[in-house]
Design a protein around this ligand. Structure first.
Ligand code: GLN
Length: 492
């Protein structure tokens, strides 16, 4: 079969169950596509054909014995921020270029239990800091819709791999938009779960109070399959919530769009820099939801101006603390011929970290220093609480809140945005992480250059089922999520 990459996760699951194809055939098909096409996209940092084929054979044997799960034998790509035993885990950084984890991240281990086949590890901004995937030590990943554009970031490799049909779905992480924004830039569906829903064990930390893993795929239905694997309590992550996860597949039709109250934040649609095409497509998608029975309710989110400064104090502060562990002593890159211990620390870190990571370590260290801690970090934590309260107040009168996922479509590679300009592009996503809420991106059309536009829906705590269900119903009534970039149409 030459078109296995066009099947949805449900179709893959049914095809494997009905012996229409084996996991080995499916896995070989994807490996062949990666070999032929990924040179143009550069979504993978590491491809693991031998391990993948061994896992595929094991999946096929399991199926023969009647012991298979729904996803046994379905391939996946993991963001290179999740530790994988025996396979390099780099977090897009030179400092981890030689790092082989002795254990699997919880979500990787859960994937193995579910029978997923790991195709490899996909590219990302260094330590998930960025919005373009260009800060990766391994070079920029390309947007499958226009190869001279970025796929977004930081989970740009995950988005590009799925958009080019080089993986049926992928894991991502979202500290301030890194699932939703690349999903938006690449025309995909991506879910950032409620903080604590998905285990962070073995996920290399950027900003621990904001980081959350989630699925990236073509549709809400495909995301639901991966959420069923990823979600749930984990004793090894003390911030993982001890409640049972939902069955996201069973709940796909659980929420009715009829009667759904969608909040439209006034402030969000007046942001300077909101592209006219993005605004138009998002408004059209909201009109469609209205036609399907939803009610649009204008709301206020008065803290909007505080989002970027608050996030860009808290995230770097936590990052500066988390990244202390990369010292050139225990693992990772070590400079050549250090003259003493200070020299070893200094040069290993200066040579091992890229400029964006160093910038954030400096900002974070400054914000946490004795003289400035109260003025910056403590203040930012207080504003963070106000931002959360703003959302909770809004959820008293609406069920979900709508926004663009990003003010623009994908940037050109090397557009050399200055750092502050890049940070401003995160305006629609970062508050969700500050508040710990779940949110989803759904593709809703294209701009004048045929680049994808995304709608973001933000839900109240633990409402992942509702978000997936609303998008699923939108996707039953529209076909944006089925559109494919030319490069994904290439057969090999
Ligand atoms: N673009 C944001 C940042 O650079 C978000 C990144 C993320 O979610 N990991 O911090």
């Amino acid at each position: 079969m030459t078109d296995l990459h066009r099947l949805s996760i449900r179709e893959l699951s049914e095809g494997l169950a009905g012996s229409k194809f084996s996991s080995r055939e499916l896995t070989e098909h994807y490996l062949k596509r990666i070999e032929k096409i990924d040179a143009q996209v550069q979504s993978y940092v590491t491809v693991t054909p031998e391990q993948a084929l061994a896992q595929a054979d094991a999946a096929d044997a399991l199926r023969q014995s009647g012991m298979a799960n729904v996803l046994t034998g379905v391939p996946v790509a993991h963001k290179d921020i999740f530790c994988t035993q025996g396979i390099k885990t780099t977090a897009g950084s030179k400092i981890l270029d030689n790092f082989i984890s002795p254990y699997d991240a919880t979500i990787v281990a859960k994937g193995k239990v579910a029978g997923l086949v790991t195709l490899g590890k996909v590219n990302m901004d260094e330590f998930a800091m960025g919005s373009t995937s260009e800060s990766s030590y391994f070079g920029a990943t390309k947007n499958p819709w226009a190869l001279d554009h970025v796929p977004g970031g930081s989970s740009g490799g995950s988005a590009a791999a799925v958009a080019a049909d080089l993986a049926p779905f992928a894991t991502g992480t979202d500290t301030g938009g890194s699932i939703r924004q690349p999903a938006s830039f690449c025309g995909l569906t991506g879910l950032k779960p409620t903080y604590g829903r998905v285990s962070r064990f073995g996920m290399i930390a950027y900003a621990s109070s904001l980081d959350q893993g989630g699925p990236m795929a073509r549709s809400a239905e495909d995301c639901a399959y991966l959420m069923n694997v990823m979600a749930g309590h984990d004793d090894r992550d003390s911030t993982s919530v001890n409640v049972d996860a939902d069955d996201y597949i069973a709940n796909l039709n659980g929420t009715s769009v009829k009667g759904l109250r969608i909040g439209i934040p006034k402030q969000y649609f007046n942001v300077a820099g909101l592209d006219a095409d993005v605004k138009a497509r998002v408004e059209e998608s909201l009109k469609k939801l209205e036609d399907m029975g939803a009610t649009l309710v204008e709301i206020d989110l008065n803290m909007t101006d505080a989002y970027v400064p608050t996030y860009y104090l808290i995230a770097p502060a936590e990052a500066s603390s988390n990244l202390q562990r990369f010292d050139g002593v225990r693992y990772g890159y070590r400079c050549e011929n250090p003259v003493d211990l200070t020299d070893l620390y200094k040069r290993s870190r200066s040579e091992g970290f890229g400029p964006e990571v160093q910038r954030r370590i400096l900002i974070g260290t400054y914000a946490l220093s004795a003289g400035y801690y109260d003025a910056y970090y403590v203040k930012a934590q207080k504003v963070r609480r106000l931002i959360q309260q703003d959302f909770l107040k809004a959820f008293e009168s609406v069920d979900v809140i709508a926004a663009p996922s990003a003010p623009t479509t994908a940037y050109k590679i090397g557009a050399s945005l200055d750092p502050v300009e890049m940070y401003l592009g995160d305006i629609y996503t970062i508050a969700v992480n500050l508040a710990g809420l779940p949110a989803i991106n759904a593709p809703v059309g294209f701009d004048k250059d045929q680049l994808p536009v995304g709608l973001q829906l933000i839900g109240n705590y633990w409402s992942e089922s509702q978000l997936l269900s609303v998008v699923h119903q939108y996707q039953q009534a529209t076909d944006w999520h089925t559109k494919r970039a030319a490069i994904a149409e290439e057969t090999v």
